[in-house]
Design a protein around this ligand. Structure first.
Ligand SMILES: [Zn+2]
Length: 228
């Protein structure tokens, strides 16, 4: 058999894993809502591509994930991800699907982007603060265009509160330092322990100075709009 044709250099060739869908209760209302509104293969592929696009280049993209299994079942909460280096499993709550009904497609696709990022992001040998892990996942969700209505940049006491709070901060760093800043932060989390100096290396200031500057800018913006 001849070797496969070379991929064009103009389009990134991302390594897409096998996807498996397991529905544990087809009688659950959430199963019907999910299957009527979400195309699981397309949603997972989009989520993998978003993870690659915002955290890697075609040269650095990890290829270790072979299978992502999406499990739909009833439990309290939203979703979580676990697995081996090679095989990942995302559990999504059917009850949460029911609760997302008015905007279920956008919400579930956004949740899947967040969970799939966990399959690909680095974690500094498990020493990365959870808030940064969750912030990076929501940074990708934000940039993939899945912003839930309740999200807004808020600032606050802690840069590593996680989720949308940290995601908007990372997005501000990305705009300030240029495309690829969060990709470089993620790269610093590969095969070494976490050190806050990664912010100095990527963004030229300590994370505390960056956070204070960001919060000050937010405050001024809200004041200009008369929102405070
Ligand atoms: Zn998460």
């Amino acid at each position: 058999m001849p070797p496969p044709a070379q991929q064009s250099n103009s389009l990134p060739h991302w390594n897409i894993p096998n996807f498996v869908l397991r529905v544990e209760d087809l009688d659950h209302e959430g199963a019907t809502i999910f299957l009527d509104n979400v195309k699981p293969k397309e949603a997972l592929k989009l989520a993998v591509e978003a993870s690659y696009t915002w955290l890697y280049t075609p040269l650095t993209a990890p290829k270790h994930v072979k299978t992502i299994t999406l499990v739909l079942r009833s439990f309290d909460g939203v979703a979580y991800t676990f697995g081996t280096h090679v095989d990942k499993e995302i559990h999504l709550s059917l009850d949460y699907v029911v609760g997302s009904a008015p905007r279920v497609k956008d919400e579930i696709e956004g949740v899947l982007v967040h969970e799939v990022v966990h399959c690909y992001q680095y974690n500094a040998l498990n020493t990365c603060p959870g808030g940064l892990i969750e912030g990076i996942a929501d940074f990708v969700r934000l940039n993939a265009g899945y912003v839930p209505p309740h999200w807004k940049p808020t600032g606050g006491d802690k840069w590593d509160k996680g989720y949308d709070t940290t995601a908007y901060f990372l997005n501000w760093i990305e705009r300030r330092c240029g495309r690829g800043a969060v990709r470089r932060l993620n790269a610093f989390l590969k095969d070494r322990k976490y050190d806050t100096k990664i912010f100095l290396a990527v963004a030229g200031d300590s994370v505390d100075v960056l956070w204070n500057t960001y919060c000050q800018e937010l405050k001024e913006q809200y004041e200009q709009k008369g929102l405070v």
